[in-house]
Design a protein around this ligand. Sequence first.
Ligand code: FBP
Length: 553
Amino acid sequence: MGISVLQKARAGYMAKLPPALRNGASVRVEEGGPTTSVADSDKIRELFPRIFGKPRLIFSEGGKNASSAPLNVGVILSGGQAPGGHNVIAGIFDGLKSLDNTCKLYGFLGGPSGLVDNRYMEITKDTVDAYRNTGGFDMIGSGRTKLEKNEQFEKAKENCRALGIGTLVVIGGDDSNTNACLLAEYYASTDAGISVIGCPKTIDGDLKNEYVEASFGFDTACRVYSELIGNIERDANSAKKYWHFIKLMGRSASHITLECALQTHPNIALIGEEVLEKKQTLDEIISDIVDVIVKRSGKEGNFGVVLVPEGLVEFIPEMRSLIAELNELLAREKEAFSRLKGRSEELAFVNRHLSKDASYVFSSLPVNIQIQLMLDRDPHGNVQVSLIETEKLLAEVVGIRLSEMKAEGKFKGKFTTQAHFFGYEGRCAAPSNYDADYCYSLGYTAAALAGAGKSGYMAAVQNTHKSADEWACGGIPLTMMMNVERRHGADKPVIQKALVELDGNPFIEFQRNRSKWAVKTDYVYPGPIQYFGPSEVCDQITKTLELEKTGEK
Ligand code: FBP
């Protein structure tokens, strides 16, 4: 494998740790009071009787391991790639070795399926050293297999026992950590002798709460997208001839779009959560975009930048209802649907089974979007929004509206578009200092939780907006983050997704500025992530985190 000059230099970066972990992962554990779940507590207690209500754990330096025997740990990467995953593994490895040099770390290959099918490798010092501070999940690979059935849990148990694994660390997003919680409960109820720890991963930024202040990867991914958006803004402002419609990843929440907007000041950024709150129809969204284009055309020129969150379609009320119906329909009629031959049969079938309202919305969409909406769901039952070309849908419909206005003499400008989708460009970038440090600390914290014999916890590192000298770390009970949601046509206990809060500081800051950015050209060009240089350039935190922490001591 070739190594770039930057990668070679970056390998030597020493990730920072919270003070509690600087002398190793053997920590003193302070317990908070009993906890409950974020909602639906009776149901969650009933479903997780053994692990519900555990106290929060706060670490400080010193302390003893729960067991004097060396500990073997298994790790899986689950779901989409996010910058910093390798540093989580490096943190677990170094943390374990600090407990006892004979501890072993096994990586299950290709995500949760590797755990069930017993595909694994031992992670050695050489492996870890080759991947420190690199992006990607290629050390052991990832996957989206859903771990939720007792037979899978049993197979995983056998495989872990054969390797002497006492703790499993699941590095994943909300769905994967939900499954980690199910696994922890199952192993507790069957006295399996295997503890389960989660780590918060996802570029989408929607796995966070009062105690988990960020999911790793969000910082780096947003910096990469903001660099690209800034470059496009500069091109738009130079050529002055294109409107760029840029879709940004973020399957449900619009955190990425909001963060990138705060970093780059685009003319328009749609925030899905606001669309839902205001019950904006597709027609109203189009009118708002058209309005800005017409105003700019007279004052600044026929160019601009529109940011579109990937999950937008699910926030537009009529589309949301349609998708919910489609999800249930495709789950219920899976067999019948799979027997259909060709797209036209599928479209006719769907139209026949949808309610009148949903069918009206469905058939009013361009056919390519109808087809994209029918594509296979992911293993968690979610529509794969990354496959829906919302940026093209908006550009197309805006174009039609502007042509009509032109014919009526209400628009005198030109409207030429470029469509982009940024997602994969940022998911495997080399982690920023923030993510390199945060991930290493998360991994080390997971090793400390394993050493302390804890199960059903998510590793948590707090105060990351401050210097690492002030970082705190410990464990947050997974059940604390759960509620009941409708998935795959059924009610399921899941970790609650953190959507953009419309009364939160990041959105308020955006709202305060957006009309200024809409008509005047006020672009900001953040440039590429800097790995070497002055701390104020290399150690920035996201605007989201900065604004969320505004007012906190
Ligand atoms: P996770 O939630 O698993 O971290 O994945 C996030 C994400 O990057 C979304 O932003 C995107 O919709 C999705 O993965 C795309 O994944 P895939 O390429 O597997 O469809």
